[in-house]
Every structure is written in structure tokens, then in C-alpha cells.
Design a protein around this ligand. Sequence first.
Ligand SMILES: Nc1ncnc2c1ncn2[C@@H]1O[C@H](COP(=O)(O)OP(=O)(O)OP(=O)(O)O)[C@@H](O)[C@H]1O
Ligand SMILES: [Mg+2]
Length: 278
Amino acid sequence: MSTNLKRTAKPEKTTAAPKSMKPEIKIEPEGGEMNESLIMVRNLEKHYGDLHALDGVSMDIEKGEVVVIIGPSGSGKSTFLRSLNLLEMPTSGEIIFEGVNMLDKHVDINKHRQKMGMVFQHFNLFPHMTIMKNITIAPMKLLKMSKEEAEEKAHELLKRVGLDDRANAYPSQLSGGQKQRIAIVRALCMQPDVMLFDEPTSALDPEMVGEVLDVMKSLAKEGMTMAVVTHEMGFAKEVADRVVFMADGKILETGTPEQLFSNPKTDKAKQFLASVLS
Ligand SMILES: Nc1ncnc2c1ncn2[C@@H]1O[C@H](COP(=O)(O)OP(=O)(O)OP(=O)(O)O)[C@@H](O)[C@H]1O
Ligand SMILES: [Mg+2]
């Protein structure tokens, strides 16, 4: 793919952009053909004071691709994922999502961030709201869905994860695995174009890991674009199109699960895989 990008000022179809706001800068490949990756990350840097958490990370994520990110603790996996939707503000670099330069100061970050669903290790459900309310509050507020529309969509998604009968329960009445399936439904109800998962099964009791991975597998089969930080190597082997190994804020290796797991090139990847696969 051409990395030769040209900038063309092309306003997006926005609804309520203030008049003073400049049009968003759309970045298109040379020739204007729209075969660009869904997400293009270029030379991403993140410093926390003296700490260099992301050190020149570049990555393309194609539509429909499942990318699994692995690496030792502190290697920058969460920082990378959180930078993609600007929960962390990178120090420098480029993130082009659906042709929009997310770090352009004229971009309405919230509008584009909504297209990236995120699921964390800890489910972050609102404890005082029912499951239904937890799921529907964002689409009603941010996508302006009617209550009926949001609830219909929520029921449909809850059925898919086998939890429609828990719509009126509160998070405290659910198991960890159920809460995580709800967190996935909540993200999906926003109709995202990509789902980011940061160790979604790490906080779960072992017997609940499978039910969450199953939901993620079915999402992958349906063609959802996914970036997943996980230590579940079985999941990576089965589902990932590509595995990315990070260490010290850098991408050291990338390849198919087969390539990376059977034939790691760097000592750091060899060491890491020996520790997680043993
Ligand atoms: N908000 C922060 N302030 C300061 N340093 C931070 C912050 N967040 C992360 N770091 C540091 O940045 C580095 C990368 O952290 P990050 O959480 O991205 O690693 P990780 O690969 O996700 O690790 P883990 O597997 O333990 O989750 C670490 O050294 C971490 O201590
Ligand atoms: Mg992390």
C-alpha cells in the first residue's frame, strides 16, 4: 500500500459543527482511492515525564482484521491501545482512523472516538444502573437513539451473549464473566467500527474466561475489526490474523500466530513466549 499521503481539505458530513470550525483534514492515499487501512498509526510516541512508554510505534489495522498485541508487563500495550482512541494523548505521531487524522486539532475527537468500542480488564459498569440502562445510556445520549430503538438494539445484543434475561439486574448481581459480556454489549450498542480489548479476561475467575472469549471469537467471525491485548495465547492462535509483540515501548516483531509463536526472532520474544506458553 502506498504510504505516500496527500492532504486534501475535505469537510466531513457534520451536523452541528460550529461555523468557526475549520473543515476536518481528510487524508487520502495518492490518487484518492479509498483502499487505505481502517487505522494507520505512524511513529507514535508517548512520554510520561522521563519514561518513554511508546517509542516510535507504527501499525496498520485493516478492516475486518484481528490483531492481538502481546508483550511483557510495562511494554506499552495498554498505552498503545488507549492512545488509539485518545484516552491517552500521544506526545507525537499520527493516528489516521477512517481517513481522519485524530491528532489534528480541528477534529471532533468525540465523534470519531465513538466509532471505537473499548473493553477493559475491569468492566467499568455503572453500579447504580440496571444492565439495560448501562447499555442504552451512551447510544441515547451520543447517537441520539430513541429509548425504544436503543432498548431494541440492547435486547438483540443481549440475546447474542445469552444474557437477555438479566436486562433488569444490577451489575452487582452478575458474575465477572457476565459483567464482561455486558461490557462488550455496551460497547457494541454504540455500533463501533473497531473494538479495542485490553486484557478483557485477566480479572476473571478461570471458569469464566471461556464465555468471554467465545463472545469475542464470534465477533471476530462476523468480521469485526479488533485489536486485543491478551495473554490468552490459545485465543491468539485461533483468532488472530496477526500477532504483534511489544517490548520497551516498541513493536519488536509482527507476524501470523504461527510465525510468531513457532519462530520468534528476538531474544525478548523468545523469553516472553517461553514464560507464557510454559
Ligand atoms: N499514567 C501514567 N503515568 C506514568 N507512567 C505510566 C502511566 N501509564 C503507564 N505508565 C508507564 O508506561 C509504561 C507502559 O505501561 P502500560 O500500562 O502501557 O504497559 P502494559 O504493556 O499495558 O503493561 P501490563 O501488561 O502490566 O498491563 C510502564 O512503564 C508504565 O509504568
Ligand atoms: Mg496493560
